[in-house]
Design a protein around this ligand. Structure first.
Ligand code: G1P
Length: 299
């Protein structure tokens, strides 16, 4: 541990600028962050998670064609009027609440130059304080304490904190990978000793993947400025963290459950089913439907 400092985190940066070619044609005229999981767009889960962790000031990094994200978190007077006139008070309250949820600012990443670049374009809004980063492709279950645990670890150490999860050898090559050592007595809290973005098959230094939640010190911005372009010819956040580690300790919180990668279609379907099964209105009939499918597709 590097000693305690006053390090409460007030701001979060949510990246929602990606092009989503994996989701075409669904995302031809609609951002992938608006794909619904049951009846809420994916991005709303991420904003709700941020607020649940106690952060109200959000800068969302968007890009061309993402205006519906701004509309989603804005007031919609026509819709509110329509719902009010028809006495649909519960829906009206829900629609209003979305607009009042948080103080969201939008910054555009003008060119797709990588996740590190997307974080860097938010630097003016963040300023010289530690901040959380949430990637909109990664959805955490509402019961997950991950972000709060990471903020606690940051509060305790003053260090940047990564979210880490053990994954299979096949998966690690499409993710960031971290090598770690013990940092105190809690096995779920570690010191990161090296990071590598998308290691070639068979070369990953560990099975710990970097998942899309970070608490970063403002030193990341200077670190990103001296980071060479990496995987895919893009400025990688993982490489920026590697540069930061030359000057500051970086920690990690290892977690096991509650994450869906909604950039991945199978994970998206699983998330939809899991979230719908938890609902009082949809759970029972869906469970019955799924039970009826047993053996489906088998001889
Ligand atoms: C990004 C990061 C990667 C991380 C992943 C988590 O990759 O670059 O380090 O493991 O998110 O979802 P992407 O999925 O944008 O290729």
């Amino acid at each position: 541990m590097t000693g305690t400092k006053d390090s409460s985190v007030r701001k979060a940066l949510i990246t929602a600028a990606g092009l989503a070619t994996r989701w075409l044609p669904a995302t031809k005229a609609m951002p992938k962050e608006m794909l619904p999981l049951v009846d809420k767009p994916a991005i709303q889960y991420v904003v709700e998670e941020t607020i649940a962790a106690g952060i109200q000031d959000i800068v969302m990094i968007t890009s061309r064609g993402k205006r519906s994200l701004e509309d989603h978190f804005d007031r919609s007077f026509e819709l509110e009027h329509y719902l009010a006139e028809r006495g649909k008070t519960e829906l009206l309250a829900e629609v209003r609440e979305i607009a009042d949820m948080a103080d969201i600012h939008y910054v555009r990443q003008k060119e797709p130059r990588g996740l590190g670049h997307a974080v860097w374009v938010g630097r003016e809004h963040i300023g010289h304080e530690a901040f959380a980063v949430l990637l909109a492709d990664d959805i955490m279950h509402s019961s997950s304490p991950l972000l709060r645990d990471m903020l606690g670890a940051h509060q305790h150490t003053g260090a940047s904190i990564l979210a880490l999860k053990r994954v299979s050898e096949e998966e690690i090559s499409s993710l960031g990978c971290a090598e770690v050592e013990a940092w105190g007595d809690d096995p779920a809290f570690v010191r990161v000793t090296s990071v590598v973005e998308k290691p070639a098959p068979g070369t990953a230094p560990s099975d710990l993947a970097v998942i899309g939640r970070y608490v970063l010190t403002p030193g990341i911005f200077a670190a990103l400025e001296r980071t060479p372009l990496g995987a895919g010819g893009e400025l990688q956040l993982t490489d920026g963290i590697g540069q930061l580690m030359k000057e500051e300790a970086v920690g990690g919180v290892i977690f096991e459950t509650g994450r869906f990668d909604v950039g991945n279609k199978l994970d998206f379907l699983k998330a939809t089913i899991e979230l719908a099964l938890e609902r009082d209105d949809l759970g029972p009939p869906l469970r019955e439907f799924l039970a009826g499918l047993t053996g489906h597709g088998q001889d």
